[in-house]
Structure formats: C-alpha cells, structure tokens
Ligand binder design. Structure first.
Ligand code: AMP
Length: 280
C-alpha cells in the first residue's frame, strides 16, 4: 500500500494507473476510520482494480464555531485499517496542499444543499463539493463510494456529478450500525459512556417511525411526532431537525412515497452533533 501526501505525485500515479487500463475506485474520508468506512473500501475493491482512500479533515466544510480542531484524528490506526481492508493507495494531503495561501475557488449546489443540514451548516456542502471536486480532479476515479449515513451529502454529490458532467460513477453504500443500532460515525468517539448510551435513542426513534409505518400509518405529522417523542426520552438530546424528504430531490414530503421517503434526523447529544436516516 502506498501512502502519498503530494497532489502532483497522486496525479501522476493515478494517470499512469489509468493508462494501464486500471479501474480506479475512490473512497473519500475524514479519517478516524470505522466499520462504515471499511464497507466503502470493500465495495470499491469489489468494483475497481485500484482502491484509493483519501484521509483529509476538510476545513472548508466546517463552520467557524464547529468542531474542526476537535474532530477525531488517528492517522496511524487509520493507515493500518486501510492496509487491512486491502486499499492500494492512501492519499493524505496536508491542508496547505489542497488550500494553499490565496485559495479562492469553491463549488456550490444551490437547491438540494439548502434544506436539512444546509440550514444549520450554511457553507457545509460548498466545502464538501469543493473538496470532492478537487479529489476527482486529482485522482480521476472511475468510481467514487460514499455512505447513505450522510444521505443529503450523497444526494448533493450525485446532483453535482450530473450537473457538471463529471463522468464518475457514484456508489452509495448502506449505513453500517453498532450493535445497538447507532450509526457508526467518527464523532461517536467524542461521546463519553453515558452520552454513547443515550445516542442509541436516535436509532430507536427511527425504528419507532418504521414500526408505525409498517403497521399501516401513512400520516407524516403523526410519524414525525413519534420520532420527536422518542428522541425526547433522552435528556441529553436536542433536536436540530426531523424531516421527511424525497430521497433523490430532497423536497419536503407531505405524503409518503414508498421507497423514496427519507426520514432524516440531526440532533445534538450534548455538544456532539449526530445525523442518521432511514428510507421508508
Ligand atoms: P466521513 O469520514 O465521516 O466524512 O465519511 C466518509 C464516508 O464514509 C462518507 O461517504 C460517509 O457517508 C461514509 N460513512 C460514514 N459513516 C458511515 C456509516 N456508518 N455507514 C456507511 N458509510 C458511512
């Protein structure tokens, strides 16, 4: 496994792999890797000849009062996990490598980015799209793999790839969960044990919606009320949003559309911001 931190080196390696007809699969991450990231690497391995994992805590997707400095990091263990998962290349650029002094170009999507997390994190998706575009231009992957856990990110990225004719195939992998249902997330490392226990309520809340839905209930307000009620059983949890949107367009839903009704949740567990979702 090769570890690369320079953009020109990564570009020329990717170019030579491509010229040898190797299919390149890209897995962008912010590190602090967990089982969710490993699934993405395995999916990339199944469908591409070469797996490039990127580890970069992207400052432009964090707001000024967000947790960029406190975001969990652990490069040595991450590199071990990439190697065990069978990655071929780990690209770990420094911040200066991607955003040198005077950097001033950004990519925005102006519709799907606006709702859900876009309300409380106004420049978040602009940062995500900018860094993913840079990674696409550096690696020129055939395939890029992302997780359904970040459902809005997945929808916004697909929209950008379509709108800007990127010609990169986007693969979205299902959310990998802990035993108690909590979606795996690097930010879970910031939870102490009682917060971690309370965080399981997020999945219970999504399941309470599924139970109502499976029993035939199709009343959007009623199901959302059930979710907020379940979340309120933890005194550590503060709801940022609980919404039903169309899973592709992210338009708010007043009526459920089978197989496309994305129930998306964002909460604070004390000072840790977590998101999760299911599709009904
Ligand atoms: P992050 O390092 O949090 O930016 O995530 C990198 C990629 O891993 C993104 O495409 C995420 O959607 C994906 N991911 C994060 N957590 C999970 C999970 N629990 N299951 C599946 N994919 C995930």
């Amino acid at each position: 496994m090769q570890i690369i931190d320079s953009v020109p080196e990564m570009q020329s390696l990717a170019a030579s792999l491509r010229s040898n007809d190797r299919l390149i699969g890209l897995v962008p991450t912010m590190g602090a890797l967990h089982g969710g990231h490993i699934e993405l690497m395995q999916a990339a391995k199944d469908q591409a000849d070469i797996v490039v994992v990127t580890i970069f805590v992207n400052p432009t997707q964090f707001g000024p009062s967000e947790d960029f400095d406190a975001y969990p990091r652990g490069l040595e263990q991450d590199i071990r996990m990439c190697e065990e998962a069978g990655a071929d290349i780990v690209f770990v650029p420094g911040v200066e490598e991607l955003y040198p002094d005077g950097y001033s170009t950004f990519i925005s999507e102006e519709k799907l980015s606006e709702g859900l997390c876009g309300i409380s994190r106004p420049n978040h998706f602009r940062g995500v799209l900018t860094v993913v575009t840079k990674l696409f231009n550096i690696v020129h992957p055939d395939l890029a793999v992302f997780g359904q856990k970040d459902a809005q990110q997945a929808a916004v990225l697909k929209k950008m790839v379509a709108d800007l004719h990127f010609g990169v195939r986007i693969l979205i992998c299902p959310t990998v969960r802990e035993e108690d249902g909590l979606a795996m997330s690097s930010r879970n490392r910031s939870l102490h044990s009682t917060q971690r226990k309370d965080a399981a309520v997020i999945y219970q809340a999504l399941q309470s919606a599924k139970t109502l839905y499976d029993s035939g209930n199709r009343n959007v307000d009623r199901i959302l009320a059930e979710v907020t009620h379940t979340l309120s059983t933890s005194r550590r949890i503060r709801v940022i949003y609980v919404n039903f949107v169309d899973s592709e367009t992210l338009e708010p839903l007043n009526e459920l559309v089978e197989g496309r009704s994305l129930l998306a949740v964002a909460v604070w567990v004390d000072e840790v911001r977590l998101i999760d979702n299911i599709i009904l």
